[in-house]
Ligand binder design. Sequence first.
Ligand SMILES: [Zn+2]
Length: 147
Amino acid sequence: MRFALLFAFITACLMKSVHSCGCEYNFATSCSDGPTEGAKRLAKHFTERFGGRTEIYNCRKIEGSSTTSLHAEGRAVDLYVTGATGREAFDYAVKIACSNGIQEAIFNRRIWTSELGEHDYKGVNPHIDHVHIGLNKCGAKSFGAAS
Ligand SMILES: [Zn+2]
């Protein structure tokens, strides 16, 4: 009985570490050396589902601001799809966000974060030609690792 409980506990912990990164927001602070494994797997997962091409790593600030972009830490994927497909990819990202460490999605002047939900995006880049999907630090390590 005690072993069964211990086993259940360990399994739950393992499942949590692999499957549930939550969707809390981790700001980027400085440039890393390339794309994270989680972002590479996210790019593959989304292109298999929605087509398009992707870009991940780019050592830069957010356009029109002094805030370091998640792309600078290799934690964001830009998926180049537009129109209804873009909206579908955005909705899908939001749907799976909080169990996979997705902390933000941006498309067509709209942004989703767990804190504020979906609302208008006022950034300089309107994100009409691509969907931006950002991972928190946990997601950047483990997105898609189990599959
Ligand atoms: Zn982006």
